[in-house]
Design a protein around this ligand. Structure first.
Ligand code: GTP
Ligand code: MG
Length: 632
């Protein structure tokens, strides 16, 4: 009665979850399942064998080479029973066979798996063998056998751990941790990579334990007082030994189970265990109970996971480039990419504080510092001496009105020639490079999906940058020619600066005659940056042996350089922005269109594969969602 009720309620859910597990095998969605893990040869396949009554690949050495999913059902959807089906993931159909044939079929499928492993040059594979068994005497359970995690040869350990992670993480997984009765749970590598809360420890090979004195007591203690606590109590079981399998000693499963229980109950220690810890039958009852609870309770959670995954994939899909097969589609995509590029240039960081303009400004400031250093250190004692010679050689010329004086004029021209020998061209190359990096960055973002077009645009922009750089170099040549020929001494700022400095230096001279205090007196704010050398003491020592005329000439040259420096660099900065930044942001898409050919827009293989994969996954998730909605 209970059995029939269970079958009516649970069986459909179990079938549906099996279907969902198959559909969602490539996702991380936590579908209810029962999985056997443990070290190599601990008896995992033998336990599942004992539960299911089918003969899985077993034996010493590394036997199980892939996940084997066993779906045990009393009958198929049409009520047909007494047969089995087998398939390797990727096969179009299941192969149907009788129970007698199944043993041999499993061997053949195991050989196919070994071939897959050999071809992939691997020890194990994650391709699943799926076996459906419709047997009146079997419980409705779905179980998964995994390869053993071995620490003997250390081979494939990482691969198996990855497989364990894939199959055992998640709250909806019940783990059968199979350990040989001789061993401790913590001697098994597997216990470290599983969720112990969901774990049922299963001690195998109790027949061997019972024949050794003292071992049964140890096992008893391990069961009633386990050192490693898990969510479920351990169960002790007896499977067939290698010889028993070879010699086909126990053909009747029920008789063999009786023997198992007798052996346990005849032992003075194991006899004392709770009935729920004794033998395969106890394990099957527990699994049916847990599976029922799991199937009922996990439905909502699984549905939520599916919804989340669908949302995530929908977003990814929306982010992928649209199909680009027809000419219209190609044109629409091109316009979209152009708009994105324009948007990036106009609205992102291109012009903001941390954008290109400010990067150029920073470079300019650094250049300016270098420039200024060279400009502001020439007026030393040697220079003043040189000026004296120039002034002496020009005796007779009026120097009070020095602004257009001949010797000032020639000294300024000489000084400017030095400035123009500074490496301004290298600096302009740096600006070009900076623009190149920034423009390419945005082109790559906007045209990422269409590499042929992207490359063409980059070439066009780089050509344009070269042209623009030539323009800037021409500006530079023009300015420097102009500055070299004309000395603009009638600039009011220049005149103010010269006057201010002259009066300050005169005051300093006068003050120093009356004062014993040598403290430094600053000059006016505007003059200060120029006159590192012309503080009170230095200026005195610099000028004390020379006439006022010499001092005035030095100051004139000095001030001119200051004015020139600012004027020249400001102009160069304005030109750079105009030539490099304004030119490219004014109509960026005009430059892009020059190179555009519709053929340059096509989907890359990666995009096609990615799109197909997302669509496939979305279809699978939607199908799974439908199935779950039908259960709830
Ligand atoms: N005597 C005895 N032998 C057992 C018992 N359980 C398993 N064996 C033997 O132990 C060997 C390994 O068993 P398997 O079931 O293949 O072990 P496994 O954990 O699946 O091994 P891998 O898949 O290679 O990791 C086989 O020869 C089994 O016959 C048991 O309870 N008693
Ligand atoms: Mg195995």
């Amino acid at each position: 009665m209970l059995e029939a009720k269970y079958r009516n309620n649970i069986r459909p859910i179990l079938d549906k979850f099996d279907k969902i597990r198959e559909i969602l095998k490539d996702t991380k969605i936590d579908i209810p399942k029962i999985v056997a893990v443990g070290d190599q040869s601990s008896g995992k396949s033998s336990v599942l064998d004992s539960i299911s009554g089918i003969s899985l690949p077993k034996g010493e050495g590394r036997v199980t080479r892939c996940p084997i999913e066993i779906q045990l059902r009393k009958e198929d959807k049409n009520g047909k029973k007494g047969y089995a089906k087998i398939q390797i993931e990727g096969d179009e159909n299941f192969k149907e066979c009788t129970f007698e044939e199944l043993k041999n079929e499993i061997k053949l499928y195991q050989a196919r798996i070994m071939e897959i492993c050999n071809n992939e040059k691997k020890i194990i594979t994650d391709k699943v063998i799926r076996i459906q068994v419709f047997n009146q005497r079997a419980p409705d359970l779905t179980l998964i056998d995994l390869p053993g995690l071995t620490y003997i040869d250390g081979k494939a350990e990482e691969e198996i751990k990855t497989l364990y992670k894939k199959y055992t993480t998640g709250l909806n997984t019940i783990i059968l941790l199979v350990v040989s009765g001789h061993n401790e749970i913590d001697s098994s590598e597997s216990y470290k990579c599983i969720n112990l809360k969901n774990t049922i420890p299963i001690y195998t090979k109790i027949d061997q334990i019972l024949s050794l004195s003292g071992e049964a007591e140890k096992l008893y203690n391990k069961v009633i007082n386990p050192e490693i606590k898990t969510g479920y109590r351990p169960i002790v079981v007896r499977n067939r030994s290698e010889e028993e399998i070879k010699e086909n000693t126990f053909t009747d499963e029920e008789a063999f189970r009786k023997l198992e229980l007798e052996a346990i109950n005849n032992n003075e220690f194991l006899n004392k265990l709770d009935e729920s810890c004794k033998g395969i039958h106890a394990l099957v009852s527990l699994l049916i109970k847990i599976q029922k609870k799991l199937l009922i309770e996990s439905r909502k959670g699984v549905l939520e996971q599916i919804k989340k995954e669908i949302d995530k994939l929908e977003k990814e899909k929306a982010f992928l480039p649209p199909s680009s097969k027809t000419l219209d589609e190609k044109n629409v995509i091109f316009d979209r990419c152009c708009a994105m590029f324009q948007d990036l240039i106009e609205n992102t960081k291109f012009l903001e504080n941390i954008g290109v303009k400010s990067q150029i400004r920073k470079k300019f400031n650094r250049f300016k510092e270098e420039f200024h250093k060279d400009f502001s250190t020439f007026a030393d004692k040697k220079y003043v001496k040189k000026v004296k010679t120039v002034v002496d050689n020009n005796i007779g010329l009026k120097l009070e009105n020095f602004f257009d004086d001949k010797c000032v004029y020639s000294l300024i021209q000489e000084q400017l020639s030095d400035y123009f020998s500074l490496n301004c061209k290298e600096f302009i190359d740096e600006l070009e490079n900076l623009m190149d990096i920034n423009l390419c960055k945005y082109i790559k973002i906007a045209f990422e999906a269409y590499p042929v077009l992207m490359e063409a645009i980059i070439i066009e922009f780089e050509n344009q940058l070269k042209i623009q750089k030539e323009k800037l170099l021409n500006f530079y040549e023009t300015i420097s020619d102009l500055e070299r020929v004309h000395v603009f001494t009638m600039n009011p700022r220049y005149i103010d600066l010269v006057n201010e400095m002259n009066s300050q230096i005169t005051n300093t001279f006068q003050n120093s005659l009356f004062s014993t205090n040598n403290s430094t007196k600053n000059f006016g704010q505007s003059a200060k940056p120029l006159f590192g050398i012309v503080n009170s003491n230095d200026s005195m020592s610099l000028f004390q042996n020379y006439s006022e005329n010499v001092r005035k000439v030095v100051i004139s040259v000095y001030c001119y350089c200051n004015i020139f420096e600012n004027r020249f660099l400001d102009y160069l900065f304005q030109c750079s922005i105009k030539v490099f930044v304004d030119y490219f942001i004014r109509e960026p898409t005009r430059l892009i269109r020059v190179r555009f050919k519709p053929d340059m827009i096509f989907d890359s293989i990666e995009i096609i594969q990615k799109r197909d994969l997302i669509i496939k996954q979305l279809n699978a998730l939607q199908e799974a969602r439908k199935i779950i909605n039908n259960i709830i």
